[in-house]
Design a protein around this ligand. Sequence first.
Ligand SMILES: [Zn+2]
Length: 58
Amino acid sequence: MEALLAAGFVETLFHCPACGTAGTSFSRPASLLDRRCLDCGEPVVTTVLDRFARPEAG
Ligand SMILES: [Zn+2]
């Protein structure tokens, strides 16, 4: 897992509004814009999990 993160991957939570499939996966940030549901092929909503987000300054 750490190797994936070091390679630039982030853990994401995805949810498909069309069929309700949800889960987590590792993705490159650049590929998040074109994620599609494995079940129905519709675009999915992805969220980068907070534990990998940078803490806000201040
Ligand atoms: Zn779907």
